[in-house]
Structure formats: structure tokens, C-alpha cells
Design a protein around this ligand. Structure first.
Ligand SMILES: Cc1cc2nc3c(=O)[nH]c(=O)nc-3n(C[C@H](O)[C@H](O)[C@H](O)COP(=O)(O)OP(=O)(O)OC[C@H]3O[C@@H](n4cnc5c(N)ncnc54)[C@H](O)[C@@H]3O)c2cc1C
Length: 460
């Protein structure tokens, strides 16, 4: 007899924790993920700034799940969901395939949003995946190298000006780390420039940094950023980004900041799959493309489809939208698995999903962080210690935890950055892919065009 088939789209926090919670369940799970690795996104900025290697935050999914017999890991991007026939269509690398399901868990995360200005991406990469982090690493370390070759003082300034857009946790961490790199790690390594002269500018349209952390911690974070030498431009809206600079509207009026290296950490939107699913299932999406779900995390009218994590729109008991953070996805994954197990055991439906907020953390530099945990507000070193403990706990794999601690010691106790290597391909692949196109997508389009040509010739 065929076992209950659970298909999971996405091996992020939501998908992975759902699968792990189904380890002993009498189900066959198929996991579909666009990459072969699980990504620990909160540490992406450390890959971009040369502290950690990409392998430390992105273990292979197969290795993570090697002791779980009821999972089949399949590489590919889910492109379509037929909610009537209960089939997921997947575009794999050169191989398209379909996977049938009895229960579907969709946890495909979020994509970077440029608020309708996707062209900014060419000049200001986001921070969503390993490609972004390695490209940024190439751009950041490359900027110091190229600055060292310049003779024109204006060109040196342009190469030594780094603009980070978005003063949420990712932007703040990124700005803090570039400042630490320039002012602490790199001085003494260049003969023609002084990296300490680098300008790191953090820009946000809102009037506060880390605005979700409340006034007290936001002010403390701002102070710590100033101590690090980061220039913080609040109430400042980015209206243009090009190869050599960034255009902003500030309280002082329109300004241009000459800068060769820009980082976009400003907005998120749900991936295209969210809208496709909503259209197919007759569900609604919010302005960011997230799918409105029932209190049990299922799509209205489709109790067999769960949507989790960054892709879902659900309010908490106070009417506040649940945030796009790892804990919402993790707890959602465990909740969906529990519901599936209850259903298979013939038990009545459990309570609605209730998010347990364990608190928020953001680092600013070595030994300096802010923590908001229940009623506790901490900053500086104590908050940083909590940050280290929490990140080590959730980092996947014992080996990764050990090597991450070693790399942190090198960067935070010493003055080194162990992972400075960046290749030409990492620096320029985005442009190459734009110009040439994704090779598998091209093959798909060529095959479709050839099918269409044979169909037309048969008709004649
Ligand atoms: C730079 C950064 C820093 C962050 N820092 C923090 C932090 O400090 N603390 C915190 O709590 N949260 C943080 N977050 C947010 C947190 O990482 C997310 O809330 C969490 O990862 C959401 O989990 P998820 O399972 O919904 O999606 P994700 O973890 O994003 O996983 C989605 C998965 O789906 C895959 N996928 C996407 N589309 C498809 C498709 N069509 N087919 C197949 N696979 C697909 C992706 O490859 C990915 O593996 C950060 C996020 C970023 C980007």
C-alpha cells in the first residue's frame, strides 16, 4: 500500500524543520529545493565580508538529511502547482519533472525587492543567497585593491566609499562589518591607500536604525555605529543607483553619493511561486506577494496545502503580522508536521498556530550587539555573547560550528579575515548571466521553439 506522500518545497528553516519533525512519521517525503544546500541566511553577511566560508553556512541538504530514510531530495525549482491533480511541476537543471502529493508544504522563502527598480540589482547586489554574498565579497575586497591602483584622488574616494541601503538587521550588520574591515583588519596592508579613510554610509528611508527593536536599542545601535565610524543617513530615500554612485532624496534635498560599491539590504517580496500558488488555489496575496493563510497555516479551501515562513501572511493574536524571521519559519514547520501526524493518526484538528517570540538579536561589530528578549533589553558585549550562543546553536552541523568558532576567533580576537578569496567569475557572473541567459532556461526556450516549429510544419 502506498504511504502518504508529503512534498516539501524549500529546504530553508521552515521546510527543513518540518521534514525533521516528520522523521518517524509513516510518510514518504519528497523535498524539492532550487539549490543543493540549506542556507543559514543570518550569517550571509559574514561570508560577504570574509569572516566565514560559504560551506560553513550552507551544508549540503543530502548530508543534513542522510540519516532520515523517508526523504527523497530532488534538485530543482518548483514552477507550477496543479492543486486539482495535486502535482508539482519542477524545472531541474536540464531535466523537468513532476511530483505528485497528498500533502504539500510550501516554504520557498522570500526574494529581494527593489521596490519596482529591479535594474538597481546590477549595481547594488542584495543579500539573499550564496551567489549574492560571494559577489559582494569580490566587490568589497576588489574595491580596496582597485583603489590602491588609482592616482586620481576622486577615483580613490569613489572606490573607498561603500553605501549600504537599508538599516534593518542585515544592513546594520553589513555596514558594521565593512567598517571593521576597513578600520581594523586591512590597515597596513596597502602601500598607496589608507583603508581607514574608507567611508561607510548606511542609508534608510525611516527615521531610525533597527526600528523594530524599539527606541532604546535603536539609539544604542546608532551610537555603536557612530563609534565604528559608520555615517548613518536616515530619512533618506534612494531614487537611483548606477555603476559609479547612488542618488538620494534627503531632508537637505537631492544628492549624489559617488560610490563604486553598493549593497542592497532594503526590502523583501515573496517569490513568484507564491502568486502562482495563490492563483491556482484561489487564495489572496498581500502587497509583498505573501499568501494569506488560515490560522492552521493552510491555504483557504485547501487543507492539504501548508504555506510557511517568509512566504505566508498571518497575524498574531494581537493583529500584528508575523515577521519574516527564522523562528516563525521553524515553529511553522514543526506545527505543520504535527498537524500531518495528527491527521494520519485520525486525531481531531489541534489548536491554531501560535508563534512564540523568543526575541530578536542583531550584531553591529565584534563584541557589540543588541538583544531584545521578552522584557530584557541588552546591548554591547552581553548581547553579543547571546548572539554567539544562539547562532552556534542553530548553525547546522558540528563541523561547521567548530570551524565557525575558529574563524570568529581569527576575525574578532585577531585582525585577520580568513575568507578573502574571490574569483573573477564571482565578480562578473551576474552580468554574464544577464547577457547570455541561464543556460538551462535557454535550452528550455530552444526546445519549446523547436517543438513549435515541428508542430507548425506538421500542420502544413
Ligand atoms: C541576510 C539575511 C539575514 C537574516 N538574519 C536573520 C536573523 O538574524 N534572525 C532571524 O530570525 N532571521 C533572519 N533572517 C530571516 C530568515 O533567514 C528567514 O525568515 C528564514 O530563512 C525564512 O525561512 P523559510 O523557510 O521561510 O525560507 P528560506 O530559509 O529562505 O528557505 C527557502 C528555500 O526555498 C528554496 N526555494 C525558493 N523558491 C523555490 C522554488 N520555486 N522551488 C524550490 N525551492 C525553492 C530556496 O532555495 C531556499 O532553500 C535573515 C534573512 C536574510 C536574507
Amino acid at each position: 500500500m502506498q504511504r502518504h506522500r508529503v512534498v516539501v518545497i524549500g529546504a530553508g528553516f521552515g521546510g527543513l524543520f518540518a521534514i525533521k519533525a516528520l522523521k518517524k512519521a509513516d510518510v514518504d517525503i519528497t523535498l524539492i529545493n532550487g539549490t543543493a544546500y540549506h542556507l543559514f541566511q543570518p550569517l550571509l553577511y559574514q561570508v560577504a565580508t570574509g569572516i566565514l566560508s560559504q560551506g560553513e553556512i550552507a551544508p549540503p541538504i543530502r548530508e543534513v538529511l542522510k540519516r532520515q530514510d523517508n526523504v527523497d531530495v530532488r534538485l530543482g525549482w518548483a514552477s507550477h502547482i496543479d492543486v486539482e491533480k495535486k502535482i508539482v511541476s519542477v524545472e531541474g537543471p536540464g531535466v523537468d519533472y513532476e511530483v505528485p502529493y497528498d500533502t504539500l508544504i510550501v516554504a520557498a522563502g522570500a526574494a529581494q525587492s527593489y521596490f519596482g527598480h529591479d535594474q538597481f540589482a546590477d549595481h547594488a547586489p542584495g543579500m539573499k543567497n550564496i551567489d549574492d554574498a560571494l559577489e559582494l565579497r569580490a566587490r568589497i575586497f576588489g574595491a580596496f585593491e582597485i583603489a590602491d591602483l588609482q592616482t586620481d584622488p576622486e577615483a580613490i574616494d569613489r572606490w573607498l566609499t561603500f553605501v549600504v541601503v537599508g538599516a534593518g538587521p542585515t544592513g546594520t550588520e553589513m555596514a558594521g562589518q565593512i567598517a571593521e574591515l576597513a578600520h581594523r583588519n586591512l590597515p597596513g596592508q596597502y602601500k598607496h591607500i589608507d583603508p581607514r579613510k574608507a567611508r561607510i554610509i548606511l542609508v534608510d528611508a525611516l527615521p531610525a536604525v533597527l526600528n523594530t527593536f524599539g527606541d532604546h536599542l535603536s539609539t544604542r545601535a546608532l551610537r555603536q555605529l557612530h563609534l565604528l565610524g559608520v555615517e548613518v543617513e536616515l530619512n533618506t530615500r534612494v531614487v537611483g543607483v548606477d555603476a559609479t554612485g547612488i542618488e538620494v532624496e534627503t531632508e537637505r534635498g537631492h544628492e549624489r553619493i559617488p560610490s563604486m560599491t553598493k549593497v542592497w539590504a532594503a526590502g523583501v517580496s515573496a517569490p513568484p511561486l507564491a502568486r502562482k500558488l495563490a492563483d491556482a488555489a484561489g487564495a489572496k496575496v498581500d502587497r509583498a506577494g505573501r499568501v494569506f493563510v488560515e490560522p492552521d497555516l493552510t491555504v483557504p479551501g485547501h487543507p492539504e496545502i501548508f504555506v510557511l515562513g517568509d512566504m505566508m501572511n498571518l497575524d498574531d493574536e494581537h493583529g500584528q503580522l508575523l515577521p519574516g524571521v527564522a523562528q516563525v519559519a521553524i515553529q511553522g514547520g514543526k506545527y505543520a508536521a504535527g498537524t500531518i501526524k495528527n491527521r494520519l493518526a485520525g486525531k481531531p484538528a489541534g489548536k491554531p498556530f501560535k508563534y512564540f517570540d523568543k526575541g530578536s538579536l542583531a550584531t553591529i561589530s565584534r563584541f557589540s550587539a543588541v538583544a531584545s528578549i521578552w522584557k530584557l533589553r541588552l546591548d554591547g558585549f552581553p548581547a553579543w555573547l547571546i548572539w554567539v550562543a544562539v547562532h552556534l546553536f542553530y548553525l547546522v552541523g558540528f563541523k561547521n560550528r567548530v570551524t565557525a568558532v575558529m574563524h570568529w576567533a581569527i576575525s574578532f580576537l585577531g585582525r585577520g579575515r580568513s575568507e578573502r578569496v574571490a574569483t573573477v567569475q564571482q565578480a562578473f557572473a551576474r552580468r554574464a548571466i544577464h547577457e547570455y541567459g541561464d543556460p538551462f532556461e535557454r535550452a528550455r526556450e530552444e526546445a519549446a521553439a523547436s517543438d513549435e516549429a515541428s508542430r507548425l510544419s506538421e500542420q502544413h
